[in-house]
Design a protein around this ligand. Structure first.
Ligand code: FMN
Length: 176
């Protein structure tokens, strides 16, 4: 059975992006879905001096190896000041030193949500532009604006948004 890793690119314990990524993962059929929590991979802030002096932290190696076990990924990015959360960027920078193609040329759905009307579109655009250089075969991207209005009781309640996600998930399943 194919394995898909899903996670919110946030270290919040109540991450709305984690909730959205898990919901998207719940739409997969005949697939093993494994969720990640970025808090399990907390490590020093990336710095070249630290890398030279202490090497690459074991959490980065563990993260990289875990990505290597997956046939595809669903990632929802938290937007902090128009960019990746620091928690994700730190892992991303460390892991890029081990395997710059960290998504291993596998299919990836990129998502974002925020409480605001733009729904994390700025960080989503950054990820769409960048992740193909890191081995992501991007099969779809999806944003949920105004999370509090459109997502309730662990699901998207806006019918047209949910239908849009269904189409992306079908494309993703075909690409696995
Ligand atoms: C430091 C900081 C910066 C933020 N910047 C943005 C932003 O640029 N755009 C946005 O839509 N929301 C922004 N937010 C609100 C986040 O979208 C909101 O906290 C959201 O819950 C983050 O996703 P998460 O719950 O998955 O961590 C910011 C929040 C914080 C704490």
């Amino acid at each position: 059975m194919k394995k898909v890793i899903v996670f919110g690119a946030s270290n919040s314990k109540v991450s709305i992006n984690q909730q959205l990524a898990m919901y998207a993962g719940s739409k997969l059929t005949d697939v093993r879905v494994e969720s990640l929590n970025l808090n399990d991979f907390e490590m020093p802030i990336y710095g070249m001096d630290r890398e030279v002096e202490n090497g690459i932290p074991e959490q980065a190696t563990a993260f990289s190896e875990l990505l290597g076990t997956a046939d595809g990924f669903i990632v929802s990015f938290a937007e902090h000041n128009g960019a990746y959360s620091t928690a994700f960027k730190n892992i991303f920078d460390w892991v890029s030193r081990i395997n710059p193609k960290m998504w291993n040329n596998k299919p990836v759905v990129l998502m974002a949500t925020s409480p605001g009307a733009r729904g994390g579109q700025t960080v989503l655009d950054i990820a769409k532009g960048r992740m193909p250089y890191h081995g992501a075969t991007v099969v779809g991207s999806f944003s949920v604006p105004s999370f509090g209005e459109n997502f309730k009781e662990n699901k998207i309640i806006n019918k047209s948004l949910d239908a849009e996600l269904d189409i992306i998930i079908q494309d993703f399943i075909k690409a696995l």
